[in-house]
Ligand binder design. Structure first.
Ligand SMILES: Nc1ncnc2c1ncn2[C@@H]1O[C@H](COP(=O)(O)OP(=O)(O)OP(=O)(O)O)[C@@H](O)[C@H]1O
Ligand SMILES: [Mg+2]
Length: 246
C-alpha cells in the first residue's frame, strides 16, 4: 500500500523510503520513539500533510488500486474513505446528534430518517449508545474524555470510511476508557481496516495483528505482531521493545 514513500518538512527528511503493506480488516500498530515520524506517516495516509507548509512528498500510497497522490485524486474523497481520530478527543461544540450528522449533511444527506438511523448505528458501533441514548441533544462537550473519543470514532464512522487512522487515541484517557477503546478497535476490524499509532507497547501487543517499528524516519521492521514482539529480527527493534531506549 505504501511504496518508496519519502517526506520532507523543508529540509528535515522525516520519512525515508517507507515500504509497507497494510492488510485489509486487520489492525496495524505503528510504534517508535517520539519524533520518529509515526504521526507524519499516518497523516500521509489520508493526505492530512497537504495542508502543512513546506511539506514535500515523493512516492506512492496505493489504496484500492489507485495512488492517492496521483494528480487526478480527489482529496475530499480520499479523506472520506480514510478517516482519522486524533490524540485529543475533538468533538465539535454542538450536540451529540449533530456531531454525527455533520459529515453526512456535508455530503448532502438531509433526510431525517436516514440521519436518525446513522446516529443510532454509529453510536452502537462505537460502543457509546447505551451511555448517551437518552441525551442525544446534549452538548458533546458534556461527555467524559473517553466518551468524547468514542463520539469522535462514531463521527468518523458516519461517512462510511473503509480505513480508520488513529493517532494515539487513548493517550489522554484513563485505563478503563482505554480498555473500552481497545475493545472497540477489535470490534471495528470486522468492518474496517485500522491503523493505530501508540506509544504504549503493551497496547500494540494487545490489540494489533501487524506492527511496524519506526526509528528516525525509517521503518526498521514490519511484521506480524507476535513476531515483532517475540522474535524481532533487528537489534534496534529488540532494544526498543525491551525498553532499552525510547
Ligand atoms: N507540522 C510540522 N512541520 C514541520 N516539522 C514537523 C511537523 N510535524 C512533524 N514534524 C517533524 O517531523 C518529525 C517527525 O514528527 P512526528 O510528529 O511524525 O513524530 P511522532 O513519531 O509522531 O512523535 P510523537 O511520538 O512525539 O508524537 C520530527 O522531526 C518533527 O519535528
Ligand atoms: Mg505523533
Amino acid at each position: 500500500m505504501c511504496k518508496d514513500l519519502n517526506l520532507w518538512y523543508d529540509d528535515n527528511h522525516a520519512l525515508k523510503d517507507i515500504n509497507m503493506d497494510i492488510i485489509k480488516n486487520e489492525i496495524t500498530a505503528i510504534i517508535g520513539p517520539s519524533g520518529c515520524g509515526k504521526s507524519t506517516l499516518i497523516r500521509s495516509f489520508n493526505r492530512m500533510n497537504d495542508v502543512i507548509e513546506g511539506c514535500k512528498i515523493k512516492g506512492d500510497i496505493i489504496f484500492e488500486g489507485n495512488n492517492i497522490y496521483r494528480k487526478s485524486a480527489n482529496v475530499r474523497t480520499v479523506r472520506s474513505r480514510i478517516g482519522m481520530i486524533f490524540q485529543k478527543p475533538n468533538p465539535f461544540p454542538m450536540s451529540i446528534y449533530d456531531n454525527i450528522t455533520y459529515g453526512p449533511k456535508v455530503h448532502g444527506i438531509y433526510d431525517k430518517e436516514i440521519l436518525d438511523e446513522t446516529v443510532d448505528e454509529c453510536l452502537k458501533r462505537s460502543a457509546l449508545w447505551d451511555e448517551v441514548k437518552d441525551r442525544l441533544s446534549h452538548s458533546a462537550l458534556s461527555l467524559s474524555g473517553g466518551q468524547q473519543q468514542r463520539l469522535c470514532i462514531a463521527r468518523a464512522l458516519s461517512i462510511e470510511p473503509e480505513v480508520l487512522l488513529m493517532d494515539e487515541p487513548t493517550s489522554s484517557l484513563d485505563p478503563i476508557a482505554t480498555a473500552k477503546i481497545e475493545d472497540l478497535c477489535r470490534e471495528l476490524k470486522r468492518k474496517y481496516t485500522v491503523i493505530i499509532v501508540t506509544h504504549n507497547m503493551q497496547q500494540a501487543a494487545r490489540i494489533s495483528d501487524y506492527t511496524g517499528f519506526m526509528y528516525l524516519g525509517e521503518l526498521i521492521e514490519f511484521g506480524r505482531t507476535e513476531q515483532i514482539f517475540e522474535n524481532p529480527q533487528k537489534e534496534l527493534t529488540e532494544n526498543y521493545i525491551t525498553g532499552r531506549f525510547g
